[in-house]
Design a protein around this ligand. Structure first.
Ligand code: TRH
Length: 390
């Protein structure tokens, strides 16, 4: 006999991975954040290998029940239901709930959220929080994360800034992480350290050429394989280069380093170590903002350049707190296929951007302050439905 919600209330999350790490990365963060807020959390997902990579060898930091979502998941849903009816059901990124979860929603009427991709576009703020009436009379609410008070906010665990400050004051923790990443011990102290986690594309060979021509010392930390594969494909580096974490390829003043994949719990610290971040997708992009790092966003590419309005809306919003160096927009458009720079213009822009690093850092710090001033996504859910936690 299913029981009604009781303390701690149960939250059910459902996630299907479309590609890469972001779908499950965001779902896992949301699961952890809901656990931190006081929910008992169950997460159904269809990609154990991807989640295992994000969790690493260490046991999950929070007692969250994981279910491999295969077929209709009826058994695991029945088992959860026998323990507690859900107070909250979240389907992430438009994954449709399995029939047994839908039946539980009908029977127990939890708060039902459709957790969508984030955007700074005005339509996203307008749609955020709106209910959509289902055929059976239940309501599902759109939750769109974003960057303003009017949006669904961003996921941020408690004490974020304190953790960042503690790490930056702890040279042993920094050295340990540098070692685990495979970063060289003989780094040029004058080099700008650039974390780089982007999508595959021909642009990377052009950017490497620009970095080299700019002539400023730069250490690029290449995460995962897509950028490295792109450089190999273009013949910018040999096939044999940068095969393993810790491998280095020196190209003039530019030093490319392949870094190891870290568990998500350590991902923030990698960003904290870097001077500049080239990030992508959704979650790494958000974390670089929270870290207060000068950043470029390699946005997830969509058909017919549909990603460009989203890219531009974000940078318009971020520039409201402090202006970015003039070269930033040209490079961001070049990286994301909006407009292509000539090799000479690209080099000039990079040189200008690095010369204006203090202004770029200032803008990033202002933006971080603005985001940390705002409540986070889960606080906003609880403010909108104050009875959720009982
Ligand atoms: O991996 P992404 O490109 O993911 C997504 C998906 O492609 C999705 O379908 C798409 O819609 C979405 O982007 C916009 O990028 P993202 O979102 O930045 O996710 C990467 C995750 O991987 C993030 O949680 C950080 C984590 N990560 C680690 O934990 N360790 C690492 O070493 C690295 C490089 C990443």
């Amino acid at each position: 006999m299913p029981q009604s919600p009781r303390f701690p209330p149960a939250a059910w999350l459902f996630c299907r991975v479309i590609d890469n790490y972001g779908d499950i990365g965001v779902s896992w963060r949301l699961a952890c954040r809901l656990r931190e807020a006081g929910f008992q959390v169950a997460l159904w997902h269809d990609s154990p290998a991807v989640l295992a990579k994000l969790l690493g060898a260490a046991p999950p930091p929070a007692p969250i029940r994981l279910h491999h979502w295969q077929d209709d998941a009826a058994e695991s849903i029945a088992a959860e239901l026998a323990a507690a009816a859900p107070a909250l059901v979240v389907e992430t990124f438009g994954c449709d709930l399995p029939p047994a979860a839908l039946a539980a929603v009908r029977a127990h009427r939890p708060l039902w959220l459709n957790w969508e991709y984030l955007s700074a576009e005005p339509w996203a703020e307008a749609m955020h929080g709106k209910p959509s009436l289902q055929a059976d009379g239940s309501e599902k609410y759109f939750w769109l994360m974003g960057f303003s008070e009017q949006s669904g906010g961003l996921l941020r665990e408690k004490g974020y800034l304190k953790k960042q400050q503690a790490f930056l004051a702890d040279s042993a923790a920094q050295a340990g992480l540098r070692y685990r990443l495979g970063l060289p011990e003989n780094s040029d102290p004058a080099a700008v350290r650039c974390f780089c986690f982007g999508y595959a594309g021909a642009v990377w060979a052009d950017w490497l050429a620009a970095w080299q021509a700019a002539g400023e010392p730069l250490e690029v930390w290449l995460a995962d394989h897509q950028v490295i594969d792109s450089l190999c494909r273009a013949g910018a580096i040999p096939e044999s280069a940068l095969r393993r974490a810790g491998d280095v390829w020196q190209a003039g003043a530019v030093r490319l380093v392949r870094i190891g994949f870290v568990p998500q719990a350590e991902f923030d610290a990698v960003l904290w170590l870097a001077d500049v971040a080239l990030v992508r997708g959704e979650d790494s992009f958000v974390r670089a903002q929270l870290a207060g790092k000068p950043l470029m966003w390699h946005i997830y590419p969509q058909a017919e350049q549909a990603h460009l309005p989203k890219l531009h809306a974000f940078w318009r919003k971020a520039a409201e707190t402090a202006p970015l160096p003039a070269a930033h927009a040209a490079l961001s458009n070049d990286l994301n296929g909006a407009t292509a720079l000539t090799p000479a213009a690209r080099t000039e822009c990079w040189r200008a951007l690095l010369q204006q690093l203090p202004q770029w850092q200032h803008a990033a710090a202002q933006w971080q302050r603005e985001l940390l001033r705002q409540s986070d996504a889960v606080e906003r859910v609880l403010a909108r439905w104050p009875g959720l936690l009982g």
